[in-house]
Structures are given as structure tokens and as C-alpha cells.
Design a protein around this ligand. Structure first.
Ligand code: SF4
Length: 730
């Protein structure tokens, strides 16, 4: 392996920061600045900087493990482990039918792996029971985006547009901790005279940067957005011309908003009427403005309606599909965007096609060389799939996910996993879920393999291999190839990522997330390509059909994303950094208002459980912590869980800083030290969700599902507090 630096991307969050990797004598890599990638311009957070620590042999798996008759996981050969998995999956299928085999993926898988996993489930196993942990991440925003715009792409514009906008409302995002290098865009926004408004029940590090911070009660973001829209209407700030020309459904949405008087909204949210008026003024006065949501409004049992209400606010004020304006979702996981486009979601086929669309089935089946009728239909969503383990679903193949820590109502899900007939896990470390498996397969990591990811902007990126994996480790693609062969499918599961990508290009061609014009060569030459990017034949055909320019929306003059070698190649589609500038992706080209109304969270506080719990992340840990909890520097910065409590609530409880506090919900009990701060509302406590065991926040969370997105309500449930050793209502 070469000793020069390899330009690539971070293994963690959806920002997908650029970094250079140089091999070190101990077999890992050294991270250095890669200033040419425009998203982070060389900056990295502590997670990205320390990511090589997980490459070390002493923290990772380097041999397959098989559970022996005594119940212990013991090292085994690859053949033994693969034979065991194939045998158990075959046995389950023969005894109980194909849908008794489940597959669970992850938002950290590359596009090639997500694509191959979905194909493996449908073609080899014939099961409909596949979903992934990205369902817990951004599915409500995706559902709302599709309803309103006809298309879901996290951000419809590059991050570089943010500093040039007039105002940004950040709803339920603590990006100063979740993706710190992105804070630069918001600092530059303020330096340029723009306004940053942050909506969060906590005064987070992000909220501290805001010109205006609103701290609504958890689970009331929907009412807040409706109250703002009410004021927009009442104050005559609706962009009537835009609404008339570019939208449909305004009258019903308008009527719904008019039922949400500011004083009523103040009672629901705790945000005062003057604060609501100031927000409307700051949002409406500049020429351009944006709303960006994250997990706060999305992880609710009404998340789709909540995001829909924020989109309605954008549409009524003409802030969507115009330069420097729009609605966007800040996707969380490293490949949360690409992972939801290429077929590991329960209802989806590659290219963001729908599994219940006959034309989509026919197209993908032809690429896969199977009959359309052989493809199963849509399956269960992530929580519903996990909840069915041990009953309808008897065996599970799981990749890159740790639901024992990250699923809602986690003690119940852990019990369901334990009740399986058979569990196989592919992971880089022995996560809490892998520790329950019958077979664990050690797989390669980001620095040891090549593949593509799609960041939160819809920018497809090439992650390059910088070093060889240690002996004993294989890639997920090799695992799926070997399992397919053992289950009787000898062809169609290549192990070379570029070969997989070439097939993915064909499978996605003509779909909403069209990657057919993207190649590894282009990705190597350019700093990513934004989808949709049809191959040139499709681009010309589309232009002829639509009677418009083949390159869809025109770039802004200073758009660096267009200034690339391939973009200047005659005939090559340059990709689409900005969506919707001319038309939305609906049949009539108009964005759709969706009328929504406030409703309560699934579990309001009562006498027995009088306090609200909300959950989230801290800067030094990532998701379930399976990787970052193995990094000494990160553990020193964030060693364990805590319960953030307002001083007034702590005084009522009789708890002091650092005292162990039990947080009890209808689903279980978690114990963690108190962290007393005025940064949280007095009626709410906060817990980060990165840890297993006694302090596992997801023991408490409510799996109530959004009816459209099937997103669980991680962000709000009713709890009571007890000092440990004495039982006392909080
Ligand atoms: Fe990695 Fe995200 Fe940190 Fe960037 S912000 S270094 S992508 S974890």
C-alpha cells in the first residue's frame, strides 16, 4: 500500500468531511487536513480526527465468532461461519417461509453495500422483511418532502448557500455538537448580516450562537410552525404571486393555520406571542430565507405533519425553489441519504423507486435478471420489524446497526432479539447487539475499502481505500457474495465496489435519485456530484420531452460545484446542486401545501409521570457509541450518560450535581448522574442516547410511530424522576 496521502471522507456523520489518510507503521492511518473539500475545508471534529483508533487490532474484530454449545462466542473459520449462516437462513425459510428471515441494515453502509443488501434480501432470500436504522433518523422529513415537493433530498441546495441567505431557522438541530465543522456556515451567515434563529427546548451550544432562541415544550414544533404561519397570514406577509404560480392546496393549509391563534400557540408551546411575531419579522423581511430541520421535529409520532407545517411556512412566504431559499433536512448518519435511496428501506427499490410501482419493479427486475413477480412487496418498518423478532421473524441478518442501544423501548427490543432462533451480525466491533449473535462476521472499515456515500446535500462522494485490512477481515460485499453462492445464487453479487456501482447506475437510471451519469472516474476527479445526474442519453431525452434545457436548473454564477472537469465536458450532465428552481418534482410542477393541525404527543405527562424526557447526542460520541466508545480521547471527553435537569426541578427532587438520578417511564428505568443546568426547561429532562446498560436512554423512549413515516417518538415521552435509594416523584 502506498505511503502517500489518500484523499477520502470521514466514516461518521452525514457531513462526510473530507480528510487525507496516510498509512502508519502500526497498520492504521494518520488523518490530516484536506482543504480542497468545500464542505469542511479541512476542519474536522474530534470524532473524525480520532476515527483511526477503531482500525487498531486491539479494539476491533479480526476473526469470525460462532456461538458454541456452551453458549460462548468462539473464533471460527470464515467457511464455518458462512456455512452456519447460510444453513440457518435456509432452514428458517424452508420451515417458516421467506418472510421469516429478516434483514436489518444501517445508514453507515456505502451506497454499494446498501444496494447489494436490498438485492440480496429480495433476490436471494425472497423476503419482504428488510429495513434499516435510517428509519430512526430522517424518515419524517423524507415523507414530508415527498408529499410537498415530490422528491426527498436532505438539502435541495449546497451548504455553501447558507451564508448568502437572509435568515435561517434551525429547528431541533444541535449541529454545534453533531457536526461542528458545519457551524462555520452559520457564523458566516451572521457575519454577512443574516439572522440565525434556533428552535430547541435546550439552550444548546448551537442555540448560544443564535440571534433568537425559542425554547418550546418538546413535541410542540407543529403548533409553533402553525402559529408562525397564522401570523404571516394575519400580517399580510403571504407571497400571493408565488403561491398562485408555484403551489397548490393553499386554501386548506391557510384555513388550518388560521385555527392556530398566537395566544393558543403560546399556551401549547410556551413561546410568547412577541417571540412569535419577532420570528415572523426576521424570517419575512429579507429577500431570502431557509428552514432547516433535524431530529427534534422529525422524531415525533407526528413528525411528517410537523415537517409539513415548516414546509408550508416556506411555501406561503415564497421561500422554496428560489435562490438562497428553501426547506432542508440535516440528515444525521454518514450515508443516511444514500442509504435511503438504493433499496434497503422496506418500501423501496434502487434510485428511490417505490417497490409497489409496477414500472419500477419491471425496470429493477430486468437489471437484476429476475422476473418482476419474483420480487416481494413492501415489508415492515424498522421498529415494527424489530418488534416482530422471535414471532413472525425467526432469523435475522444484521449489518452496521446496534439496535440494543439505538432502538426505542430498547429493553423490549433486546428481549425480542434474544428470542430469535438465529442472529448473524456483520460489524467491525463486538457491539451490544453483536454480543447477542449466534455468528459475528468481522468486516472492513472505511479506510480499508472503496465505496460511495451521499452526504446531506445529495452530493455523491468517493471514499477511497487507503490501507489493506488486517488478516481475518472481509468486506460486506464479500460476505453477501459468499452467502448468495451458498444459497444457490452464483452470479449477480460482485465483490468489487465499482462493479456494484456500475450496476447501481443502471438500476437508478430514470428514477428520482438518478445516478446513471455518475462514475468512479468523475467522483475521483471532482469533489462529488449532486444527484439527479442522468447519463447523457437520458438527459437529452428528458430535455426533448420537457422542452427545456438538458441541464435542468441553471447554476448560480459562483457555484463551485459546477466548475469541475466533467461539468465542462460537452454533453456530460453536471449534476444538480440546486433542486426545484424551475419546477417541483410533482406531476404539475407545483409544490403542494399539506393542511396539518396541532395534536398532542403520544404520551403527555400526568400525575404518575409528570416530566418530559427528550434525548439527543453529545459532541464526543456518535449514535449508539459502538465505535466512539472505544476511543480513549472521546471517552475522556464524554465518559458516560447523564440527566440534564433544571435547578428548580432538581431542588424539588432533592438532587445535587452528580447525584445518581433514576428516570422512569412506562417502559423502564435508567439511572445516570444529574447535570444541573438552566439550559433546559424546568418541565423537561434531557439524556444522551450513546450508552448501553443502566444509563441507556432508549430504555425509556416511546415507540409510538408516525402514521406515514413510521418514525418512533424518540423526542418526547413522559417520565418521573427518583433519587436513587429513595422513591420520590419529580
Ligand atoms: Fe466526521 Fe461528522 Fe465530525 Fe465531519 S462533523 S469529522 S463528518 S463526525
Amino acid at each position: 500500500m502506498q505511503n502517500t496521502a489518500t484523499p477520502t471522507h470521514c466514516p461518521y456523520c452525514a457531513l462526510q468531511c473530507g480528510m487525507n489518510l496516510t498509512p502508519t507503521p502500526d497498520g492504521t492511518v494518520e488523518v490530516s487536513e484536506r482543504a480542497d473539500f468545500p464542505v469542511n475545508r479541512g476542519a474536522l471534529c474530534g470524532k473524525g480526527r480520532t476515527a483511526p483508533a477503531v482500525l487498531a487490532r486491539n479494539v476491533r474484530l479480526t476473526s469470525p465468532l460462532v456461538r458454541d454449545e456452551g453458549g460462548a462466542l468462539v473464533p471460527a473459520s470464515w467457511d464455518e461461519a458462512l456455512d452456519r449462516i447460510a444453513g440457518e437462513l435456509r432452514r428458517t425459510r424452508e420451515a417458516h417461509g421467506p418472510d421469516a428471515v429478516g434483514v436489518f441494515g444501517g445508514g453507515g453502509l456505502t451506497n454499494e453495500k446498501a444496494y447489494t443488501l436490498g438485492k440480496f434480501a429480495r433476490v436471494v432470500l425472497g423476503t419482504s422483511q428488510i429495513d434499516y436504522n435510517g428509519r430512526f433518523c430522517m424518515s419524517s422529513a423524507a415523507a414530508a418532502g415527498i408529499k410537498a415537493f415530490g422528491l426527498d433530498r436532505g438539502l435541495p441546495f449546497p451548504l455553501e448557500d447558507i451564508p448568502k441567505s437572509g435568515c435561517v431557522i434551525l429547528v431541533g438541530s444541535n449541529l454545534a455538537e453533531t457536526m461542528p465543522p458545519s457551524l462555520r456556515f452559520f457564523t458566516e451567515l451572521k457575519e454577512n448580516g443574516g439572522t440565525l434563529i434556533v428552535i430547541d427546548p435546550r439552550r444548546t451550544r448551537t442555540a448560544e450562537q443564535a440571534d433568537l432562541h425559542l425554547a418550546p415544550r418538546p413535541g410542540t414544533d407543529l403548533a409553533l410552525a402553525l402559529g408562525l404561519l397564522h401570523l404571516v397570514i394575519a400580517e399580510g406577509r403571504v407571497d400571493e404571486e408565488y403561491v398562485g404560480e408555484r403551489t397548490s392546496g393553499w386554501e386548506d393549509a391557510r384555513a388550518a393555520a388560521m385555527a392556530h391563534w398566537p395566544e393558543y400557540v403560546e399556551r401549547i408551546t410556551g413561546v410568547s406571542v412577541p417571540e412569535l411575531r419577532e420570528t415572523v419579522r426576521l424570517f419575512c423581511e429579507p429577500e431570502s430565507a431557509m428552514v432547516l430541520t433535524a431530529r427534534g421535529p422529525e422524531q415525533q409520532s407526528k413528525g411528517t405533519d410537523t415537517v409539513g407545517a415548516w414546509i408550508n411556512l416556506c411555501l406561503a412566504t415564497g421561500r422554496a425553489g428560489r435562490p438562497l431559499s428553501g426547506y432542508g433536512c440535516l440528515t444525521g448518519q454518514g450515508n443516511g441519504q444514500g442509504g435511503r435511496e438504493h433499496g434497503q428501506k422496506a418500501d423501496q427499490l434502487p434510485g428511490y423507486r417505490k417497490l409497489d410501482d409496477p414500472a419500477a419493479r419491471a425496470h429493477v427486475a430486468e437489471v437484476w435478471g429476475v422476473g418482476p413477480d419474483s420480487l416481494p412487496g413492501p415489508g415492515r418498518s424498522a421498529y415494527e420489524l424489530l418488534d416482530a423478532l422471535g414471532t413472525d421473524i425467526r432469523s435475522l441478518l444484521l449489518m452496521a446497526s446496534n439496535p440494543v442501544v439505538s432502538a426505542p423501548r430498547a429493553a423490549h427490543i433486546e428481549e425480542r432479539i434474544r428470542s430469535l432462533d438465529f442472529l448473524a451480525v456483520c460489524d467491525v466491533v463486538l457491539s451490544e447487539t453483536a454480543a447477542l449473535a449466534d455468528v459475528v462476521l468481522p468486516v472492513t472499515q472505511w479506510a480499508e475499502e472503496t465505496g460511495t456515500t451521499t452526504n446531506l446535500e445529495g452530493r455523491v462522494l468517493l471514499r477511497r481505500r487507503a490501507i489493506s485490512p488486517p488478516d481475518g477481515v472481509r468486506s460486506d460485499l464479500e460476505v453477501l457474495h459468499e452467502l448468495a453462492a451458498r444459497l444457490g445464487v452464483e452470479k449477480g453479487f460482485p465483490t468489487d465496489p465499482e462493479e456494484v456501482f456500475e450496476e447501481l447506475r443502471r438500476a437508478s437510471a430514470g428514477g428520482p435519485a438518478d445516478y446513471s451519469g455518475i462514475t468512479y472516474r468523475r467522483l475521483a476527479e471532482e469533489n462529488g456530484v449532486f444527484w439527479p445526474c442522468p447519463a447523457v442519453e437520458e438527459a437529452v431525452e428528458q430535455a426533448v420531452e420537457e422542452g427545456e434545457d438538458a441541464l435542468l436548473d441553471a447554476p448560480l454564477p459562483d457555484d463551485p460545484a459546477r466548475e469541475t472537469p466533467a461539468a465542462r465536458t460537452p454533453g456530460a450532465h453536471p449534476g444538480t446542486p440546486r433542486l426545484f428552481l424551475d419546477r417541483f418534482a410533482t406531476p404539475d410542477g407545483r409544490a403542494r401545501f399539506v393542511p396539518v393541525s396541532h395534536r398532542a404527543i403520544a404520551e403527555e405527562p400526568d400525575d404518575e409521570y409528570p416530566v418530559l424526557l427528550t434525548t439527543g447526542r453529545v459532541v464526543a460520541q456518535y449514535q449508539s457509541g459502538a465505535q466512539t466508545r472505544r476511543v480513549a480521547e472521546l471517552n475522556a471527553a464524554a465518559p458516560g450518560p447523564f440527566v440534564e435537569i433544571h435547578p428548580r426541578l432538581a431542588a424539588r427532587l432533592g438532587a445535587s450535581e452528580g447525584d445518581p438520578v433514576a428516570v422512569v417511564s412506562r417502559r423502564g428505568r435508567a439511572v445516570a448522574p444529574a447535570r444541573i443546568t438552566t439550559a433546559i426547561r424546568p418541565d423537561t429532562v434531557f439524556m444522551p442516547f450513546h450508552w448501553p446498560g443502566e444509563g441507556r436512554a432508549n430504555t425509556l423512549t416511546n415507540p409510538a410511530l408516525d402514521p406515514t413515516s413510521r418514525m418512533p417518538e424518540f423526542k418526547a415521552c413522559a417520565v418521573r424522576l427518583e433519587t436513587v435509594g429513595r422513591e420520590r416523584a419529580g
